[in-house]
Design a protein around this ligand. Structure first.
Ligand SMILES: Cc1cc2nc3c(=O)[nH]c(=O)nc-3n(C[C@H](O)[C@H](O)[C@H](O)COP(=O)(O)OP(=O)(O)OC[C@H]3O[C@@H](n4cnc5c(N)ncnc54)[C@H](O)[C@@H]3O)c2cc1C
Length: 523
């Protein structure tokens, strides 16, 4: 499959770029010439995720199907595994049955945002609940309900108090909004639990800097901290988390907080796919943000464009030259302009520089209160909360979705919050697969995405130019069989009926980085 333009990443900048291209080119031309590669087939409206945690909105309110939103371009669902710049080739993993799908491009648009890396705080990746996508928000909501249910069962006051203590790490937008929503939710839900009358739930917000919401200014940051405290959130400023275990958070001052629920909103890290493209091109991307020209093109590479959180786009903010900050409003605006620029480039015209009239920033802090800085004016309390809802509602794409949100918000004002426990399916760390004789487990050159333990049967391992070897039950295939490019250096085929245990995801990560427990070839 070849496209004139491939947009990598279906977040704000990618989706709005694709939408603008689809509109300008029309369906017939757009679907042939433009592809949007997205890990999931929805655009997530991240600024409203905290409302899903707090049960003010349902998960479907904050997502928009990309196929409807970006009509006129070809949406390809898959996780990008590798971009080969020399071959202008992208390898993506479309799912269990479409692992190594290759797409080629003439122009590449990188809108891959950032990733989360929690390795700096021991225990955080094991016990911290991230807040980045809809599944995270749903899992966190389910975890809060489960803690209330468990606390309602236990008689030990210390255990109950630990179960009812919720810690949020990080005092930026996500942390502040999530802490506010969590407190609203657990306080409202708490009234339905007969055994919890004497123990009130607590939410504690831990922030390493001396002020919350650094993006919005010291006055509003201080106000946010004051209101959160007044409402019952324990705000700890200038405090770092040193480690997290299953039952406590240890702070850098040696103090520890007993809790079974830690939400993490820290650990933003560069997207490795973006860094790899930069490495291939020999360009710099400080903190994972590729410096672009004002048109969002990369200097010296006319066929590479970057926007959103993974780009450092020069921005003339009312006469002051800045780099556009990584926020939703700027990513959205960059996407729109980049779409237009690509149309101009495809038609042989000069692209336009990025322009944006900054409107302001808003953040909710719970209990129908918010802080807002709009066109240089500061607002706080209920009026700011009302502005937050009105502005975000106007930005939400799609009339049906807007209507649903208005209805949900109205119900949220009148009725108690929904405390039904609707758990998303648990992650599957281990899986077993069955192969019949002559079926291939993987082929030489394919990307290594799992390790394998041979439970029963046998495999034929063939290396280019080498003698085929037989692997018997008990054998292990791990990174020793993968090359430096993380691709298999051999082909594995079942010699008979064979059962294999597959280590993927977190299990694979642990094996790859930390464990060497299994023995090679059953030896
Ligand atoms: C919970 C939360 C709340 C927020 N609240 C606010 C707020 O109130 N105000 C504000 O201004 N900003 C807020 N932000 C930040 C804002 O959402 C980002 O600045 C914005 O989303 C950046 O847009 P983007 O297109 O650059 O990246 P993203 O929207 O992050 O999109 C990147 C896309 O790339 C995809 N991707 C990444 N790697 C791969 C891969 N290998 N293969 C395929 N796809 C891939 C991701 O799945 C994602 O869809 C919030 C962020 C979060 C997480």
């Amino acid at each position: 499959m070849h496209y004139d333009v491939v947009i990598a990443g279906g977040g704000f900048s990618g989706a709005y770029c694709a939408r603008a291209l689809g509109k300008a080119l029309g369906q017939e031309e757009g679907e042939k010439r433009v592809a949007l590669i997205a890990e999931r087939n929805v655009l997530v409206f991240q600024p409203m995720l905290a409302e899903v945690v707090g049960s003010s909105l349902s998960a479907t309110d904050v997502v928009n199907p990309l196929r409807q939103f970006c009509k006129g371009v070809n949406v390809l669902q898959g996780a990008i595994q590798h971009i080969d710049w020399a071959k202008k080739e992208i390898t993506l993993d479309g799912g269990r049955f479409t692992r190594n799908h290759v797409v080629t491009f003439t122009n590449l648009v990188l809108t891959l945002g950032s990733v989360t890396n929690l390795s700096a705080v021991p225990g955080m990746s094991d016990y911290g609940w991230p807040m980045k996508n809809v599944a995270d928000a749903l899992r966190l909501r389910a975890a809060m309900i489960n803690r209330l249910e468990e606390a309602n069962l236990v008689e030990d006051a210390a255990v109950r108090r630990r179960l009812l203590t919720f810690v949020v790490v990080g005092g930026g937008y996500t942390g502040v909004e999530t802490a506010g929503q969590m407190l609203d939710f657990v306080r409202d839900a708490h009234g339905f639990y007969a055994n919890l009358r004497d123990t009130a739930p607590r939410v504690i917000l831990i922030h390493s800097r001396d002020q919350l919401l650094a993006e919005i200014g010291p006055k509003l940051g201080a106000y946010a901290a004051e209101v959160l405290e007044k409402n019952g959130v324990g705000v700890r400023l200038s405090t770092r988390v040193a480690a997290v275990t299953a039952s406590r958070v240890i702070l850098d001052n040696g103090e520890s907080i007993d809790t079974n629920t830690v939400v993490t909103t820290i650990g933003n890290a560069p997207n490795p796919i973006v860094l790899d493209v930069c490495r291939q091109l020999g360009i710099e991307a400080p903190q994972g943000r590729v410096t672009t020209l004002p048109t969002m093109r990369v200097a010296g590479h006319d066929d590479l464009w970057v926007a959103g959180d993974c780009a450092a786009v020069p921005w003339n903010d009312r006469g002051e030259l800045k780099v556009a900050p990584p926020t939703a409003q700027l990513a959205l605006r960059q996407g729109k302009i980049l779409g237009k620029n690509l149309v101009l480039a495809l038609r042989g015209s000069e692209p336009l520089p990025f322009t944006y009239r900054y409107m302001g920033q808003l953040a909710t802090i719970g209990r129908h209160e918010a802080v807002a800085e709009v066109m240089g004016f500061h607002f706080r309390g209920f009026i700011a909360w009302w502005m937050w809802r009105t502005i975000y509602l106007s930005k939400l794409p799609g009339t049906l979705r807007k209507l649903r949100v208005v209805i949900d918000w109205t119900f949220d004002l009148i009725f108690p919050r929904d405390i039904s426990l609707l758990l998303p399916p648990p992650d599957e760390p281990l899986r077993s697969i069955h192969l019949e004789q002559d079926e291939q487990l993987f082929a030489c050159g394919e990307r290594c995405r799992a390790f394998f333990y041979l439970k029963a049967g046998s495999l034929l391992i063939e290396r280019p130019g080498g003698e085929p070897q037989v692997m018997a039950a008990g054998g292990v295939i791990d990174q020793a069989e993968a090359g430096p490019d993380n691709c298999w250096t051999c082909t594995a085929t079942a010699r008979e009926r064979t059962d294999v245990i597959v280590f993927r995801g977190r299990a694979l990560e642990l094996l790859r980085n930390d464990l060497r427990l299994v023995k090679r070839n059953g030896g």
